[in-house]
Design a binder for this molecule. Structure first.
Ligand SMILES: Cc1ncc(COP(=O)(O)O)c(C=O)c1O
Length: 383
């Protein structure tokens, strides 16, 4: 599906790869035809802020992979999230979400939505009872992420979606960490799935992109907002993500295998104080993850004994890694959340989220498993 979706028929001149249609505007010889396309009575394109043939292929791929009715795309993952929230919510609405959402999303919840008189309640991430209680008080939208960043907490998506349905609330799930290969939130009751395609879908750390798919009328509302807000995806960028998605299943399988092997190795290592990976039987959310995920993903985090000094020695001794923000690339990426995703928080705030000074987020690439294990072994010997 990731190879053929959106590509069933041949493109212009018989091109067997998706052409990058690098144009702003689309010309018509026939004014009547132009009018019909502009009115939506005939398929076609008018202006690339709104639609573009290359971008449309990408949207069809994510639609098919998530089993959605419709999909739309954005210039970044944060554009996908913010445009979705701004288009679906209005003053007086209420959002229920979790404390461990991605930092940018949390900022929308804590800073930007309240400015519009939209109330946001953030629950302890794994506290399903508290989520259910807050949802039952009435809300417009429930926003979830599972697994979460960086401590890989798991939410029972089916359970919380069922609670939201009783209230008639929209359920949106950020599926970036899992990817559609490992988890399909729409099958579990979500209305919308959001991806930072900058991560696993693009897969090569060379492209920013956001995608949203799900219920047709919700996606239409989001798309119409994006047409005017203007956070459009460029066709060249869409091409990179299309190419990334073609190998998504192969890559994610390797990410899953690498992460599980590494998590198992680290959990028995005397210099490691703790490993957070939902594929480990010891992980608090393992049973839920086993039920709702087909694989446990490529990202984990772990703590070293010896505090930040040990973290520095360890990370700087690794050979097969970029010490960098982000995740989901073919090459392994690692860094301490205190320096990357959670740098703006105080040590105390990080602690309250379970992020210690010696926590490392490690996003496995698709390198050879033994190479990565050998690399970790030699770096741990230096600590
Ligand atoms: C889970 C998650 N959602 C959304 C985003 C935002 O995506 P982007 O950086 O493409 O705007 C990120 C970025 O790290 C993320 O990790």
């Amino acid at each position: 599906m990731s190879v053929w979706a959106g590509e069933e028929k041949l493109f212009a001149e018989g091109s067997s790869t998706v052409p990058i249609v690098n144009t702003v505007t689309y010309a018509y010889d026939d004014l009547d035809e132009w009018y019909r396309v502009a009115k939506g009575e005939k398929e076609g394109h008018i202006y690339s802020r709104n639609t573009n043939p290359t971008v449309a292929v990408l949207e069809e791929k994510i639609r098919a992979l998530e089993g959605a009715e419709a999909a739309t795309s954005f210039s970044t993952g944060m554009a996908a999230i913010s445009n979705s929230l701004f288009s679906l919510l209005k003053p007086g609405d209420r959002v229920v979400s979790i404390r461990d959402s991605y930092g940018g999303t949390s900022k929308l919840f804590l800073e930007f939505l309240p400015k519009l008189n939209i109330e946001v309640t953030l629950c302890e991430t794994e506290d399903h009872e508290s989520l259910e209680q807050e949802i039952a008080k009435g809300c417009t939208l429930v926003y979830l992420e599972s697994p979460t960043n960086p401590t890989l907490k798991i939410i029972d998506l089916q359970r919380i979606a069922a609670a939201a349905k009783k209230e008639g609330a929209i359920v949106a799930v950020d599926n970036t960490f899992a990817t559609p290969v490992n988890q399909n939130p729409l099958e579990l009751g979500a209305d919308l799935v959001i991806h930072s395609a900058t991560k696993f879908l693009g897969g090569h750390s060379d492209t920013l992109c956001g995608l949203v798919c799900g219920n047709r009328s919700l996606v239409k509302t989001i798309f119409e907002y994006r047409e005017i807000a203007g956070a459009t995806l460029h066709p060249e960028t869409a091409y990179n993500v299309i190419r990334g998605i073609k190998t998504l299943e192969l890559r994610v399988k390797r990410h899953n295998e690498n992460a599980l092997a590494i998590a198992r190795y680290l959990q028995d290592h005397p210099k490691i104080a703790g490993v957070y990976y939902p594929g480990l039987e010891s992980h608090r959310g393992h049973d839920i993850a086993k039920r709702q995920m087909k694989g446990f993903g490529g990202v984990m985090s772990f703590e070293l004994y010896g505090g930040y000094d040990s973290v520095k020695i360890f990370l700087q001794s690794l050979r097969f890694v970029h010490l960098a923000a982000s995740l989901g690339s073919v090459s392994t990426l690692a860094g301490p959340p205190r320096t990357t995703s959670h740098v703006e928080l105080s040590e105390q705030q990080r602690k309250s989220l379970g992020i210690s000074e010696s926590l490392i987020r490690y996003s496995t690439g698709i390198e050879n498993t033994e190479d990565l294990l050998d690399d970790l072994k030699q770096a741990l010997e230096k600590v």
